[in-house]
Design a binder for this molecule. Structure first.
Ligand SMILES: Cc1cc2nc3c(=O)[nH]c(=O)nc-3n(C[C@H](O)[C@H](O)[C@H](O)COP(=O)(O)OP(=O)(O)OC[C@H]3O[C@@H](n4cnc5c(N)ncnc54)[C@H](O)[C@@H]3O)c2cc1C
Length: 425
């Protein structure tokens, strides 16, 4: 049984974002903190990420996903965070009621003083990009194949082609190779990588798995099971280039073609979504436009590293606890943070000037086009440059950050808006 039906902070989702939010909310003084998770265990996607690469930023250790998650699960349990597993949140209302369903608890209504949305993201599918051809078995999203291989112990196939150079696809290229499958090729429609360079090096280059840019799958062959894919080179407008077609025999096609923040619940609650990220507009405290509803992690925008998701979760949990305890007076004096030259989007989308404290504010951004040379990330209010930072390169697959510190806040207070540019040096 649940101990009660009213909670200070309720968190939806137990991935790195949700777990960190729960830890931070407790540490910030919230008494009753509840994490609701539709899966049977805490940890979110980390549970199927059995490869290493987690925790390098936060712990300076190279951990597999489940070990990284376990640190936060242990901390949550030590702090007395309550959990509802195997329970799906069906609806969230603007006045912070949650309706949940599970076989264990039945249909339950919960009132939260503050909510953190941490539902993560889901993968784009074949239907979304309409790959022509037959509809045989053997076409999987890379994450589904990851779950089959790492949790269910089932190999999705033996001869594999991967469409998309997203991180999950590259990681699965390595994983399936280790399990004895032959990964014939990875195809990327863009002229550059969509995932992290470190995953390209460790998962493709080290294992001699070929990657072809500006190529895509033109047709899927096979009646019952995939028998081959026809691939082709594409031009700048993604039209097939005649004469470049090639048939690759295979039994499996994995798709690693993008992630979509999971925001059906957010919409119901009246949370406004940014069409560029697919996630809620949030301010520096991770609060959405609906008072008392906060959001963190891949539900806001797709991160490249789980460590950054954890840090965003901390911010959201702390702010939610403050809101629940009425520590923070919510006054609205927001200035927008805008994407400028070569910037696709920036999170947070706004800064509430009345909340400026001695804590730093990290602006997270992705570029539109790769620059393989030193760049300057500049934050400015028109002519007035407020902060800047150099980076050795800028790639769409890797998140960039620039931090506003206490010494910048006087300028931020005077600003009408902030714009972030990424320019070649
Ligand atoms: C399929 C997939 C595979 C991935 N593989 C990797 C990888 O190999 N390496 C890597 O670095 N990153 C990987 N990622 C990225 C990874 O999602 C992030 O690094 C990180 O896990 C995001 O954390 P999060 O807390 O935002 O969301 P998640 O970890 O996705 O957690 C969200 C949680 O919310 C729960 N939830 C959603 N809706 C509801 C609801 N209505 N009611 C109750 N619970 C709900 C979900 O069950 C889930 O447990 C993968 C992402 C996906 C989608």
């Amino acid at each position: 049984m649940l101990k009660k039906n009213i909670y200070d902070v309720v968190i939806i989702g137990s991935g790195p974002g949700g777990l960190a939010a729960a830890v931070a909310a407790k540490k910030e003084g919230a008494e009753d903190v509840l994490v609701i998770e539709r899966d049977t265990e805490l940890g979110g996607i980390l549970l199927q990420c059995i490869h290493n690469g987690f925790g390098l930023e936060i712990f300076k250790e190279d951990l597999p996903g489940p070990s990284y998650a376990q640190r936060y699960i242990d901390e949550c349990l030590e702090l007395g965070v309550e959990t509802m597993l195997d329970t799906i949140v069906l609806e969230v209302t603007p006045d912070r009621k949650l309706y949940t369903s599970s076989t264990k608890y039945g249909f339950v209504e919960i009132q939260a003083r503050a909510i953190v949305l941490a539902m993560g993201c889901r993968e784009r599918t074949r239907a979304m990009i309409q790959i022509p051809g037959m509809r045989p078995a053997g076409v999987f999203t890379a994450g589904t194949a990851q779950r089959f291989t790492n949790i269910e112990g089932k190999l999705p196939g033996e001869r594999v082609v991967i469409l998309g150079s997203g991180d999950i696809g590259m990681i699965m290229a390595r994983r399936l190779t280790f399990e004895g499958a032959k990964v014939e090729r990875v195809l990327e429609i863009l002229p550059y990588l969509s995932g992290l360079t470190r995953n390209y090096v460790q998962c493709l280059e080290d294992l001699d798995i070929p990657l072809q840019f500006e190529h895509t799958v033109k047709f899927i062959h096979g009646e019952d099971r995939v028998e081959a894919v026809e691939i082709a080179a594409v031009d700048k407008n993604w039209n097939y280039i005649p004469g470049t077609e090639e048939i690759i025999p295979c039994d499996t096609l994995l798709l690693s073609i993008g992630l979509i923040p999971e925001n059906e619940l957010s919409r119901q609650a009246g949370v406004k979504l940014d069409p560029l990220t697919g996630g809620p507009y949030v301010d520096e405290s991770r609060e959405t436009n609906v008072p008392g509803i906060f959001a963190a992690g891949n539900v806001v925008h797709v991160y490249d590293l789980a460590d950054w998701v954890t840090l965003a979760g901390y911010d959201a949990g702390k702010s939610a606890a403050r809101y629940a305890q009425s520590v923070r007076v919510k006054e609205s004096s927001h200035i927008p943070v805008k994407a400028g030259n070569n910037v696709h989007h920036v999170v947070p989308h706004s800064i509430n000037k009345t909340n400026l404290s001695d804590e730093q504010i990290e602006l997270q951004l992705r570029v539109r086009q790769p620059v393989e040379d030193t760049v300057l990330i500049e934050v400015h209010d028109g002519e007035n440059r407020i902060a800047r930072k150099g980076a050795l390169y800028a790639r769409p697959g890797e998140m960039l950050t620039v931090v506003l510190k206490e010494r910048h806040f006087a300028d931020v207070e005077k600003a009408d808006s902030l714009t972030v540019d990424v320019n070649p040096l």
